[in-house]
Design a protein around this ligand. Structure first.
Ligand SMILES: Nc1nc2c(c(=O)[nH]1)N[C@H]1C(S)=C(S)[C@@H](COP(=O)(O)OP(=O)(O)OC[C@H]3O[C@@H](n4cnc5c(=O)[nH]c(N)nc54)[C@H](O)[C@@H]3O)O[C@H]1N2
Ligand SMILES: Nc1nc2c(c(=O)[nH]1)N[C@H]1C(S)=C(S)[C@@H](COP(=O)(O)OP(=O)(O)OC[C@H]3O[C@@H](n4cnc5c(=O)[nH]c(N)nc54)[C@H](O)[C@@H]3O)O[C@H]1N2
Ligand code: SF4
Ligand code: SF4
Ligand SMILES: [Mo]
Length: 893
């Protein structure tokens, strides 16, 4: 390592370190205006100039590599004078008003430090671009550092900001768009975050006061697990900024993580327990509510038996809370009827990966993205639904990696793809089998890997011979040549990393679809090495954790099968647990409809709005004797079905951990106090357990104490102590406190065996088919700005970015039906109907439509198919035959 001297201090630096990085590393606050560690150095602003012994002129610290023997001076009268001259010149751009309002902007801090006064004009409102609901633009304050342009290109990959003109005439504009609101901006906020001036701000930009706090935590939306810094004042969250050094998000966020936090202070947050009375909701004191819950549960268990109650954990709540809930179901109620929304999204992934590889979780890490030579993305829309991962994939592809997208729609990443295969919805299995066929027939497989690590090769080889690209082409509508090209590209570009989503899992052959995808990785040796693997992009912040903690009818904490773990768990829990298999979520709905289930405790999950076939769900729930909903809001399940509602604290209001898509345990930290009498979920469980005579086994003093019991039961999590989670988190398996955790699984062997089996999967078409009455195939899914049933995002500024759900249709189909963009349309299926606003989308194929389900008012799930995955029962949300017609009385044609 080179040794350098900075301001008289000697230090070792890693080769390639810049002088700026080295100086900042030892705490020297060397100014730099065009620099941001997330960006490639530019050397534009010149304010980071330093003196190097033996050199005639100062050098830019940000673009000079620290070399052996360098003696560097960062402060001298000459350097100070030089910096002050630059600042004085820039100060022409800074208005005193914004200087005072935003003392935290980097330029304003530097001016204070060097005693330079602002001398700019406040530009008149009409000259500012205030078109965007969140991001405000005042280019009169801009100093042409180009950080916004570079971060939008180099991190988000959106290419919105452009610099036009030269020298003093340079202007920063949102591409060809007249204003930011009409540009391609996706409101990630990166430009605001990096801008050192008041040129780019957002409606949340606030000055930091002495009584304010910054709290580091983890985003509570999707399964990426970005780390956030929460700026709060008293009980109010004021703004959220990206944590700089997160291994997952690397100083980036998406529009939800950064801007969708206002729900927390929403006036309709639940503050007290409520009970449905004759004239509506009646507030209850906690003691009364908890007593009544405990009494109802006890009465129902003693009248109908323990299996007459179901418990649903929350993919939004912490690991500790979900652990508590399933322990409650098993030890207090005595039932394995416990599940969570993993059932409806990636239970197929967990089941398929567990069956083949021995562990039901992503094989690799997000840090493998930068190592991948090719990506295979099947039925996932990462730039919309896992945006920070989507941005990382996009950067890697811009940098030369190959990309194959398999999605019926032309999603954003398809525009960057080497190949986009757009199959008919519901035909993943024949398509993936055909890819395997080409790999086998053209001998593109990794023979050594198959010999060492795959089993059932001969059988598979015989089976797959029949799955020719021509046969698949006839079923999927993807040309045989495109299938061959994709197979060759995936097999020839090593390493290749697969990501998949609900377009693969939410089908009657969801689990089998994931198996067919896993075959491809086994054939090509894309397992157990960097830049490869099979990686489900998990849904919510903690859906992986909720199921892994045991909110799963067939497994205990750590995804340990009941028969395998029973005696060990009984020893630690000091009580017997049932061996009888429990009902999964879909089984609970069926049992409710049949009158066998009598009560449901639904924590942080709006089942009524989000399960398919809503009318039937409602009918089933109406037969229950007791439903308690525990949530932040009166969601649809609460509004229409619950007898009692318990107010829960949000992720901003409690401590604990989440588990992201790449098996990473991350800390969640309390930033603000919960409103009213609201309690964290784990406390509520504790109180009810105590009232049912199980106080001592739930008497933990803190989430950390609960976590320590989890670690005692779960061998792969044993090494993950809270004090090791200060920053960044740890990925399981992590078996001791000396274990650094596991970034890549299955490196030298699989969890269950040396070799993993190739699976022969026959295509079983869904029974949901189009005909003359229902001629369109409806897929349902998501949009960037809204989250699931919109319970939280609809109560934030993001609602302005996307106020309504849409039905997307190919323009030719709309023309045929004489429908225009913006028309209100009725969508009818064999199961129900709903109304949405039509949007024309060139990326849709004819005969297929796509709808989002973010606004419960539209009740889209009245339409969706009641069919389920054959193995784990995830609903077939991605395939419903529908008719689309103009809503009577809608004037727009
Ligand atoms: N912005 C936002 N982000 C979210 C969420 C949100 O609501 N909003 N929800 C979170 C949750 S809970 C989840 S589970 C994840 C889901 O994230 P994704 O898995 O990305 O979810 P979807 O948008 O439902 O579906 C993905 C894609 O599947 C495609 N598809 C449909 N049918 C088929 C098919 O037959 N074959 C193939 N190959 N593709 C098909 C659709 O066109 C769609 O682009 O997102 C999480 N992140
Ligand atoms: N048509 C169609 N329907 C779908 C899908 C689809 O693709 N198409 N996708 C399905 C999928 S994958 C999923 S995951 C579901 C999602 O179903 P949703 O129920 O919409 O999931 P979330 O939005 O994650 O919110 C769950 C609830 O948790 C509450 N909440 C948030 N934080 C906390 C907390 O800390 N404690 C408690 N107690 N409550 C909290 C929120 O207020 C909200 O009511 O929708 C499914 N429905
Ligand atoms: S808007 Fe901000 S980040 Fe962009 S060039 Fe101007 S000062 Fe730099
Ligand atoms: S990508 Fe997911 S985890 Fe990251 S900020 Fe967006 S919603 Fe939050
Ligand atoms: Mo999900």
């Amino acid at each position: 390592m080179p040794v350098v001297e900075i301001d008289g201090r000697k230090l070792d630096v890693a080769p390639g370190t810049t002088v700026l990085e080295a100086a900042r590393h030892i705490g020297i606050d060397l100014p730099a205006l065009c620099h941001d560690p997330r960006l490639r150095p530019a050397g534009d602003c010149r304010i980071c100039a330093v003196e190097i012994a033996g050199e005639p002129h100062p050098r830019m610290a940000c673009t000079t590599a620290a070399a052996e023997g360098m003696a560097i001076t960062t402060r001298s009268p000459a350097l100070d004078g030089f910096r002050k001259t630059i600042l004085a010149w820039i100060a022409d751009r800074v208005s005193p008003a914004s200087y005072d309002a935003l003392p935290g902007k980097e330029l304003h801090m530097l001016m204070r430090r060097y005693g330079v006064e602002p001398r700019g004009q406040q530009s008149p409102k009409r000259e500012r671009d205030l078109s965007h609901p969140i991001i405000k633009v005042d280019m009169a304050q801009c100093i042409d550092c180009f950080r916004c342009v570079r971060i939008c290109d180099e991190v988000q990959g959106q290419f919105v900001w452009h610099a036009v003109g030269r020298g003093a005439e340079t202007e920063i504009v949102p591409g060809d768009a007249p204003d930011l609101a009409s540009s391609d901006c996706v409101a990630c906020g990166a430009c605001v975050d990096t801008c050192p001036t008041a040129a780019l701000t957002d409606i949340f930009s606030a000055a930091f006061r002495d009584d304010d706090k910054w709290t580091r935590s983890t985003c509570a939306y999707c399964g990426v697990g970005c780390e956030i810094e929460i700026h709060s004042r008293g009980a109010q969250v004021l703004e959220i900024r990206p944590a700089a050094d997160s291994p997952v998000s690397k100083g980036h966020l998406c529009s939800k993580g950064r801007y969708a936090f206002d729900f927390n202070a929403s006036p309709d947050r639940l503050r007290h327990p409520l009970k449905r009375g004759r004239d509506g909701w009646e507030p209850l004191a906690w003691d009364v509510a908890l007593d009544q819950c405990a009494n109802e549960f006890s009465r129902i268990v003693s009248t109908y038996g323990p299996d007459s109650i179901g418990v649903l954990g929350s993919a939004r709540a912490t690991n500790e809370e979900n652990y508590h809930l399933q322990k409650f179901a098993r030890t207090v109620l005595g039932t394995n009827n416990v599940d969570c929304c993993a059932r409806v999204c990636h239970a197929p992934s967990a089941a398929a990966l567990k069956a083949i590889l021995g562990t039901g979780a992503a094989t690799n890490s997000f840090d493998d993205i930068e190592k991948a030579g090719a990506f295979l993305i099947v039925g996932a829309n990462p730039t919309g639904n896992h945006p920070v991962v989507g941005a990382r994939i996009k950067q890697r592809v811009l940098d030369g990696a190959k990309l194959i997208v398999i999605d019926p729609r032309r999603i954003e990443l398809a525009d960057h793809a080497t190949l986009h295969l757009a199959p008919r919805p519901g035909t993943n299995v024949p398509l993936l089998n055909a890819l395997a066929n080409v790999i086998v027939e053209e001998e593109l497989f990794d023979a050594a890997f198959i010999r060492e690590r795959a089993s059932a090769w001969d059988e598979f080889r015989r089976f797959i011979a029949g799955s020719t690209p021509e046969r698949a082409a006839a079923i999927c509508g993807v040309p045989a040549d495109a299938i061959r090209d994709a197979a060759r590209l995936y097999a020839a570009t090593s390493p290749a990393m697969a990501f998949h989503g609900l377009g693969l899992t939410e089908h009657t052959q969801g689990t089998e679809g994931v198996m067919a995808l896993t075959n491809l990785a086994l054939l090509t040796g894309n397992l157990g090495k960097p830049g490869a693997g099979i990686n489900p992009l998990r849904g919510q912040n903690n859906v992986q954790g909720a199921a892994h903690m045991g909110c799963e009818p067939a497994s205990l904490t750590g995804a340990i099968a009941i028969e395998e773990g029973q005696s060990r768990f009984e020893a630690i829990w000091k009580t017997a647990i049932p061996a009888r298999p429990g009902l999964d979520l879909m089984g609970m709905i069926d049992a409710a409809a049949a009158g066998r289930l009598k009560a449901l405790w639904v924590v942080g999950y709006d089942i009524l709005a989000t399960l398919p076939n809503m009318d039937r769900t409602r009918e089933a729930l109406s037969r229950l004797e007791f439903i308690v909903v525990q949530d932040l809001f009166i969601n649809e399940t609460a509004r229409l079905c619950a007898n009692m509602v318990l107010p829960a604290a949000s992720a901003f209001e409690k401590d604990g951990t989440f588990m992201n898509s790449e098996r990473r345990i991350q800390r969640v930290r309390k930033a603000v106090a919960p409103p009213g009498e609201t309690l964290p979920d784990w406390k509520i469980v504790q109180e009810i357990a105590a009232r049912m005579g199980h106080g001592s086994s739930f008497s933990f003093a803190s989430p950390e104490a609960i976590w320590n019991e989890i670690r005692a039961l779960w061998p792969d999590g044993r090494g993950i102590a809270y004090d090791r989670l200060e920053a960044g988190g740890l990925q399981w398996p992590c078996r001791s406190e000396a274990d650094p955790g596991t970034e890549i699984m299955h490196v030298s062997q699989f969890a269950h065996a040396r070799a993993a089996p190739l699976r022969c999967i026959d295509y079983m078409p869904s029974e949901e088919v189009t005909d003359d009455v229902f001629p369109f195939l409806l897929m349902t899914g998501r949009d960037l700005y809204q989250f699931n049933a919109g319970t939280m995002t609809m109560r934030t500024e993001n609602a302005k970015l996307r106020p309504a759900d849409t039905l997307d249709m190919a323009p030719v189909d709309a023309a045929r039906l004489d429908l225009q963009a913006g028309a209100r349309v009725r969508i009818r299926s064999r199961h129900g109907e709903a109304c949405l606003t039509l949007r024309l989308d060139e990326g849709m194929k004819t005969g297929e439509v796509f709808a989002t389900f973010h606004d419960p008012e539209n009740a889209l799930n009245r339409v969706t198919s009641p069919r389920r995955d054959r193995v784990v029962h995830a609903p077939e949300y991605k395939l419903t035959a529908v008719a689309v017609e103009r809503l009577e009385g809608d004037a727009r044609r």
